[in-house]
Design a protein around this ligand. Structure first.
Ligand SMILES: C[S@@+](CC[C@H](N)C(=O)[O-])C[C@H]1O[C@@H](n2cnc3c(N)ncnc32)[C@H](O)[C@@H]1O
Length: 235
């Protein structure tokens, strides 16, 4: 089990949330799994005990495991569930009724096509569509979040910038694309108020020797920037 709440080594005091590995008790090895410590900080700062937390992009179940550990209620969905305790659901259709009035929505969508070979290819998937369609889906999703979260509640968006990614994705993005900036605009249009932009950098370990060589040869910067937007419904 993870450290108990009296051991607060996971707790961050600034807007830099850097973790070099994933706490093993939260989620399991999965493409795009995020450190549970990030979810833990989100729940610590923006929810209280027994709060209802909703995660429509469940992945390995990181959010569910952290909610159980911190005694929050959790509704968790995925287009292709990896575990029995994640409900199969396509969030393109809007949030299920049971999510209405929740305290916090945690969004960790595919970063467009970054892992398209590893996520579901079925209709509805955020990772197999064009960039325009991805943005349409994101804008609708964020507007649905506004209609679903309670007044005074929060929505968190975890994302990164594909132009900074390695290999084919970097090459295929001929113009500048930034999911965090796009997401911010969708939040403002939906009526949310900004609370924080938190930097959750990736670590060097993700780059292979090939990436470093390729980046040097092409004078390209390897991307480690990854951000978490915290937005509030209400002033
Ligand atoms: C970045 S992963 C989430 C990782 C998760 N936070 C974790 O720590 O394990 C994104 C997930 O979104 C799911 N997904 C893609 N399109 C979806 C959709 N339309 N509705 C629900 N889930 C979707 C994928 O199956 C994938 O599991």
């Amino acid at each position: 089990m993870p450290n108990d709440e009296s051991d607060r080594r996971w707790l961050k005091l600034t807007t830099l949330w850097n973790f070099s590995s994933c706490e093993p008790a939260f989620g399991f090895p999965f493409p795009g799994r995020i450190p549970g410590q990030i979810v833990r900080n989100v729940l610590y700062y923006f929810t209280g005990p027994n709060a209802l937390v909703v995660d429509p992009f469940g992945g390995s179940g990181t959010t569910l495991d952290v909610c159980r550990h911190m005694e929050r209620r959790c509704l968790i969905y995925d287009l292709q569930p990896s575990r029995d305790d994640i409900t199969k659901y396509d969030i393109s259709h809007g949030f299920p009724k049971e999510a209405q009035g929740c305290d916090l929505i945690f969004l960790d969508p595919p970063y467009w096509r970054q892992k398209r070979g590893k996520y579901p290819k079925e209709e509805g998937s955020f990772s197999v569509v064009s960039l325009d369609e991805f943005n349409r889906k994101m804008e609708k999703l964020i507007s649905d979040c506004y209609d679903t979260v309670k007044e005074g509640g929060y929505t968190a968006l975890f994302s990164q910038n594909p132009t900074e990614l390695r290999g084919k994705m970097a090459v295929s993005c001929r113009h500048y694309v930034d999911h965090v900036i796009d997401g911010y605009e969708f939040f403002i249009r939906a009526g949310f108020s900004p609370v924080y932009r938190i930097n959750c950098p990736l670590t060097w370990e993700q780059f292979a020797g090939f990436d470093v060589k390729d980046a040097k040869a092409n004078k390209r910067l390897l991307g480690l920037v990854r951000d978490l937007l915290i937005m509030k419904k209400g002033p």
